[in-house]
Design a protein around this ligand. Sequence first.
Ligand SMILES: [Zn+2]
Length: 84
Amino acid sequence: MKITHHIEDKMCYYVSSETGRAEGYYVDLLANGGAGHCGCVNFGVVHFPKIKAGTRSYCKHILLCRNYFLDSLLTHLSNKERQH
Ligand SMILES: [Zn+2]
């Protein structure tokens, strides 16, 4: 499971399937008020109902993308910090 595409200027990613059962999943981190949305079955069955009920809940694909985003943001901030 890894990020194969990052759509620039949008917080959207394609994540390859771990099992190879699906081609991959489209993840939009800004959907659902920032809780995110994923095309996997697990998200639809387990996490989306919780989000609708007001609790943030993430599938592994969304967690991977959130971590990827945080990592690139922290790298960027760290590089800026070193310039001062
Ligand atoms: Zn997912």
